[in-house]
Design a binder for this molecule. Sequence first.
Ligand code: FE
Length: 289
Amino acid sequence: MEKIETRNSRTVSKIVKGESTFDGEGVKLTRVIGTRELSEVDPFLLLDYFSSDNPNDYIGGFPSHPHRGFETVTYMLNGLMKHKDSNGSEGVLRAGGAQWMTAGRGVLHSELPQQEDGLLAGFQLWVNLPSALKMCEPHYANAEPDEIPEIRGDDGSIVRIIAGSYMDTRGAISGVSAEPKYLDIFLPEKSDITIPVEEGFSAFVYVFEGVIEIGEESESVDTGHLAVLGDGNTLRIRTDRSKARAILVAARPFNEPVARYGPFVMNTKEEIETAISDYRKGLFGPEVD
Ligand code: FE
């Protein structure tokens, strides 16, 4: 067992509520990072949560679009999403699975629901790349649902480790430059867990079921809210009368200038102009269906 030093427990530095919006071909989602209120949590550039059993909210999906300069991470909670890109790779993301795509110098891809009804739910997170890697070759890490380790506590808690480590267990995805930790945490009522989080790393918690209490001061974070955490080396999360589910995401900040325009995130305005012109010249590859 990891020895947990709790003298430096993280507290909440800011709580924001996600904004309801649309992206792609009319996909209804909640944007939590990448808004006017919370433009980024370095190195995180965007966090979207989608959850609907109404096909009109998701059926259009995200047809062919480019990315350059960062990584997109999709974590599916329910339903099926098909992915296809300009390098010819293709696959289906299943409930409980994740895809970590390093867009690097650029890909064109589509993300389309593989279902006509039923619940489709999940997260998309954008993680920045340091300047030296923004133009790297695009690559993927895929984790099937059964490849994501789950730690079950005596109290009924379940922690799924998408990236990073928890309780001496390494997550499904590694080798990412921001050294991310990405945990999906389910807590039954009246639970109390302490999770080590690397000191100096940016970190946030997004609650998508129930209410959790954070830190020694027990600050409440309700469903649909994101808590940006202050620094420290551990995080204490508790529940009272309701069960809850949340993601905890942390990573090393890059502290580099960010120039962003839609699906391109670079360091300077000139690099953004180059990205737009490269895209117009077809240098990202062929459009995909
Ligand atoms: Fe995309």
